[in-house]
Design a protein around this ligand. Structure first.
Ligand code: TPP
Ligand code: MG
Length: 358
């Protein structure tokens, strides 16, 4: 039997604190799937930490850091089937790694290289969505379409606390509920939308409360607890497949890193709170859980981290060997009949680039 605290208004948790709060377990997860979760957490953490370094070295552009958000992403994706579709925001940019996408593809996206765009049908992972919340109706439509086609696939849309104030979120949530689409609305409540705190975002007591207005269940989980997220998303996917419609999952965490590499949070965030949250980060919590369970040793942890570091080394090397794209791409595909001024702009760009590109 799964031992999971009830949702109610409290956060569902499975991982204890190694002290007064005892560990739970998730039904059906034995040693191998537990270690698979760990490998994925380490892979995403390594991707994120290396990306910050690559940005500082000028090897990728502005980057949206997801340090501390890995448990939400890994827990959710592992709870899904490969046929299920993932709709990421910029905060989940590397989620394709969990579906076998090469790191070079995602690194290329952050390098602004056309090799960073993939065919969504190759991985059942939609394009990274930067406009806040606009992918929620897309995910609702895809989930409804799968249902109409008699398929069992579900869809999950990842978005933030700030996105719940956007029209697209409300339209997508309402549509999915009315059509009983197999959709999981995974809200990464990291309590900040750049510099806007949650208290300035909503007057609702919890974001999960918003589910009530659409007639769907709302569940609150500890977003730093990979097993709690896994369990909640697995339930939500099963519910969707049964034909009972969407579920809103509020995964509560705290953004303990800058919004992105272009942000300076010292202007608005309490550094002591950030330090406190960094001490509770999700990979370390799961690492300690597995050690208490006796399934993770120092040697195995070291091996898994070394593997992830090597994957990233190869990924950035591969991305950097790609030939520079033709600057003409910037001007193509927007107009059937381009205005004549664009040809002049392209010539100017080629001149500025010194003929080194294209
Ligand atoms: C439609 C739209 N409006 C504004 C922005 C600028 N913007 C980029 S990130 C962001 C904050 C979003 O916060 P949240 O939804 O909580 O997600 P988080 O970044 O915390 O993961 C905003 C307003 C945007 N990308 N798209
Ligand atoms: Mg946020």
């Amino acid at each position: 039997m799964a031992q999971v605290l009830p949702a109610e208004r409290d956060l569902r948790r499975v991982i204890g604190d190694g002290d007064g709060v005892t560990d739970g377990e998730v039904e059906g997860l034995d040693e191998q799937p537990l270690l698979d979760l760990y490998r994925s957490l380490v892979l995403l953490r390594t991707y994120d930490e290396r990306s910050l370094v690559y940005h500082r070295q000028g090897r990728i552009g502005t980057y949206a850091i997801f340090w501390g958000h890995e448990a939400m992403q890994v827990g959710a994706v592992h709870a899904l089937e490969d046929e299920d579709w993932i709709f990421p925001s910029y905060r989940e940019s590397a989620i394709g790694l969990l579906r076998g996408m090469p790191p070079a593809t995602i690194l290329s996206w952050w390098r602004g290289h056309p090799a960073g765009w993939w065919n969504p049908a190759d991985y059942n992972v939609a394009s990274i969505c930067v406009p806040i919340g606009t992918h929620v109706p897309h995910a609702a439509g895809l989930a409804w379409g799968k249902k109409l086609d008699g398929e069992s696939a579900a869809a999950i849309a990842f978005f933030g606390d700030g996105a719940t104030s956007e029209g697209s979120f409300h339209e997508g949530a309402n549509f999915a509920a009315v059509m009983r689409a197999p959709l999981i609305l995974l809200c990464n409540n990291n309590q900040w939308a750049i510099s806007t705190p949650l208290s300035a975002q909503t007057a609702a007591e919890t974001l999960a409360d918003k589910a009530v207005g659409y007639g769907m269940p709302g569940v609150r989980v500890d977003g730093g607890d990979v097993l709690a997220v896994y369990e909640a998303v697995r339930d939500a996917a099963e519910r969707g497949r049964r034909g009972d419609g969407p579920t809103f999952v509020e995964a509560v965490t705290y953004r303990a890193a800058p919004h992105a590499t272009a942000d300076d949070p010292s202007a608005y965030i309490d550094p002591e709170r950030v330090e406190e949250e960094r001490g509770r980060e999700c990979v370390g919590r799961y690492d300690a859980y597995l050690r208490r369970l006796g399934v993770l040793s120092d040697d195995l942890a070291t091996e898994i981290k070394a593997e992830a570091a090597e994957v990233m080394r190869r990924g950035i090397a591969e991305a950097e060997t790609l030939p520079d794209p033709d600057p003409a791409l910037v001007f193509e595909w927007a107009y059937a009949e381009p205005p004549p001024s664009l040809a002049g702009d392209l010539a100017e760009l080629r001149r500025v680039l010194g003929g080194s590109l294209g």
